[in-house]
Design a protein around this ligand. Sequence first.
Ligand SMILES: Cc1cc2nc3c(=O)[nH]c(=O)nc-3n(C[C@H](O)[C@H](O)[C@H](O)COP(=O)(O)O)c2cc1C
Length: 374
Amino acid sequence: MNPKYEPLFQSFTFPASGLQVNNRLIMAPMTTWSGHLDGTVSEAEISYYQKRSRGLGIVITAACYVHPLGQAFAGQIGAHTDDMIPSLRQLATTIQSQGAKALLQIHHGGRMSSAELLPGKQPVSASAIPAEQPGAVTPREMTEAEILQAIAAFGQATRRAIQAGFDGVEIHGANTYLIQQFFSPHANRRSDQWGGSLEKRLNFPLAVTDEVITAANQAKRPFLVGYRFSPEEIENPGITMADTLKLLETLATRKLDYLHVSTMNFWGGSLRDTNDKRSRAVMVHEQVGQRIPIMGVGGVHTPDEALQMLQSGVPLVALGRELLMEPEWVMKIQSGQETQIRTTLPKSAQTDLLIPDSLWQMLMTRTGWLPVVD
Ligand SMILES: Cc1cc2nc3c(=O)[nH]c(=O)nc-3n(C[C@H](O)[C@H](O)[C@H](O)COP(=O)(O)O)c2cc1C
């Protein structure tokens, strides 16, 4: 291996849980749309994870719904009942058998849930405000009891992750889903304890975090809890960077292992003010990185790009799309073959890459996601 890449392969100990990982490289959570109808993991997904886990420090699974009203995608995996535990165990064991730690991403879609998949066919959210996108369904405002149930569901999903043998969970507080909706002045127009002011909009994300940490404390082994968030929303009103820094200040007082800054480009500037080019992720690291480890993601394809991310100060580097195209990414660096790393997706490569059918269809049809070549 070229010695300049050694920083990527230094072990890391998470300060809150004490869990140690072999290196700084993480597979970012990626939905596959390929689970069974009942929420269990399919064989195609097992093969997909098996092929990608080797060499990584951590693999974070696809978003997994914690409550039947939170399913956002067809073929999404679930952690909503105890019946899911054997299937989740198979997923955790598959990842761990390749030497990586396995984290379950726990998720509720809120107003972004898929109406036709839900009991009652209507999504729920903080308020009855649809997302600003074509065809968005108006959600039903959650009752106080439903809010408490949703918080409890995140705790229950954490317990199931522990029972299934996972090494931790990642709270999905990003990408416009329920936890973000409660924090968002766009989605949350409540005037009770769950909304109205910035402080009150913090209450749901914090209640979920506290519930998950309480559940994680029941594990009789080091068990990671991470929190993923999106720094800004483009809508008006919408989450601003100032709002996010306040959220992070508060999250930094909790025993979280890491904060995961969800961006498509780690170096990307503001969504709300295109003149502000400062990397949102670097700003986050500067604000709270000394108190809580930051995981960066977005646009890493080569080991030099991963190194550059580490050199910004963040200790953990996640890769998503690159690992779809190149499951041997880590091994190629370790064996000095980094010039052989694949950074395009040939249309003929599905079988070779063991990408499940529904995910493959998405990758082939959604423009701008991956560089698909003939
Ligand atoms: C196919 C696909 C599925 C994704 N699913 C999830 C998901 O389930 N949960 C999540 O938090 N982010 C999800 N993301 C976002 C990624 O985790 C990541 O933040 C994003 O792709 C940018 O990183 P990259 O440039 O390394 O791909 C998904 C991205 C892709 C491409």
